[in-house]
Design a protein around this ligand. Structure first.
Ligand code: LLP
Length: 415
């Protein structure tokens, strides 16, 4: 459930009508709802109330400082994949002792900085990375908390670009060789083995692959325990899907119940790294119809937002709901392809959508709060969109629209 609702024929973000936001901040712009972010984070937190847990929001889904700050105030932890994300978390008031660091290619400077601020855990993805972290921790005179990200080889049944738990993916360490690498890690002087980590993919709409993966991870935990390696937590990653159009993903409560059931009496703290399930439906991309045009085959609505603003449709053929912001219209419904001004055939935000549109109308692309702005670019020298957060009846600009001057501010011509 989210707080983008139709009131008297106009879509509001909480108590603020979207046309007011378009008027004040311009389009295209991302609009987030604080109440929705909080509601979704709490749904995870409450679902585990009877079990020790830490909800670490996956920063890659939405790294705006205001978003991170709203979650940090709830006590959220954070899952990061770069020092850039770490600095954002710190700048937003996040607690470094609740940060887990994922990713296959952590650089030395990134490891150093994470050790310096005292993160909760490194999710290590290879043996060379383990050696690197041990060496750097040794130089710094600290012990680095680590878990191994294991690849449980389960099919997440999602888009191949966002499935990460199969043998052929670059992620993690084969679960079958994990025990021996844990033994190596436990013997390294500057490491502290604290957990097991796995993440099998994103936008999962079925519990079965999660249950399958947890079963395999628990088997490894038992095996480690028998060999004298006692871990404290299981990090089960992110991946719970959301409803974009017709999907029916499980609620966080059902997901938590399945995890708790499998854990049974085992004492491990559960760490989760949800991104999309918290932020996805907490944001819309607000955009204006610039032109309508038709040929013998199709009707096109050309928007002022494009693939550089929201890449998901172009990259994953993702289908997100696109709705009129003001219901009343004298236009007739037609089947439109909603496209942007970028010079690529793949530049569309939606295809075959029946909508009644006039030039100048506002439409909202729903489900854009996760992997929306964070994946945006300046392609075609388009300044990135503004970001706005609504809190009750107030709308705040949380990231300014980029200026044309900023597009080439760091560039230099030859003498
Ligand atoms: N933890 C790790 C290690 C991850 O790699 C990811 C996402 C997450 C957590 C968060 O997953 P979530 O709960 O958001 O599903 N750009 C794609 C999604 C890429 C996901 C990458 N990893 C999209 O727009 O669908």
């Amino acid at each position: 459930m989210d707080y983008f609702n139709d009131r008297d024929g106009v879509i509001h973000a909480e108590d603020v009508p979207l046309p007011e936001i378009a008027e004040r901040f311009g389009t295209p712009c991302y609009v987030y709802s604080r109440a929705t972010l909080e509601r979704h984070w709490r749904a995870f937190d409450r679902a585990f109330k009877d079990h020790p847990h830490l909800i670490c929001f996956a920063v890659k889904a939405n790294s705006n400082l205001a978003v991170l700050n709203v979650l940090a105030r709830l006590g959220s932890g954070f899952d990061i994949v770069s020092v850039g994300e770490l600095e954002r978390v710190l700048a937003a008031g996040g607690d470094p002792s609740k940060v887990v660091f994922s990713g296959v290619g952590k650089r030395q400077d990134e490891i150093r900085r994470a050790l310096e601020v005292g993160i909760r855990c490194f999710n290590v993805e290879s043996e060379p990375e383990l050696l690197q972290i041990d060496r750097i921790a040794g130089e710094m005179g600290v012990r680095a908390p680590i878990s191994l990200r294991v690849n449980p080889d389960v099919d997440a049944q999602t888009h191949p670009y966002i499935a990460t738990g199969l043998k052929e993916n670059k992620f993690g360490i084969d679960i079958h060789s994990a025990a021996s690498i844990y033994t190596l890690a436990a013997a390294m002087p500057n490491l502290r083995v604290v957990g097991i980590d796995c993440h099998i993919g994103s936008q999962l709409t079925d519990l079965a692959p999660f249950i399958d993966a947890i079963g395999r991870v628990l088997k490894l935990a038992d095996q480690l325990c028998a060999s004298g390696i006692h871990i404290e937590h299981l990090d089960l990653g992110g991946g719970l899907g959301i409803r974009y159009r017709e999907e029916h993903p499980p609620e966080p409560a059902a997901y938590a119940a399945a995890i708790s059931y499998q854990l049974a009496e085992r004492p491990y703290e559960v760490i989760l790294e949800p991104g999309r399930a918290i932020a996805g439906n907490a944001g819309v991309l607000l955009t204006k119809v610039e032109y309508l045009k038709s040929n013998d085959h199709r009707h096109f609505a050309i928007l002022d937002a494009a693939m550089n603003d929201l890449l998901r449709p172009a990259l994953y053929q993702a289908s997100q709901d696109i709705v009129r912001v003001v219901q009343e219209t004298d236009a007739d419904p037609l089947r439109y392809d909603l496209v942007g001004p970028v010079c690529e055939t793949g530049d569309f935000l939606g295809k075959d959508r029946t909508l009644a549109l006039n030039e100048g109308d506002l439409v909202a692309v729903r489900g854009s709060g996760a992997y929306g702005f964070t994946m945006s670019s300046n392609y075609n020298s388009r300044p990135r969109a503004a970001e706005v957060m609504v809190d009750g009846d107030q709308a705040y600009l949380v990231r300014e629209r980029e200026t044309l001057a900023s597009l080439f501010a760091g560039e230099h011509q030859l003498p």
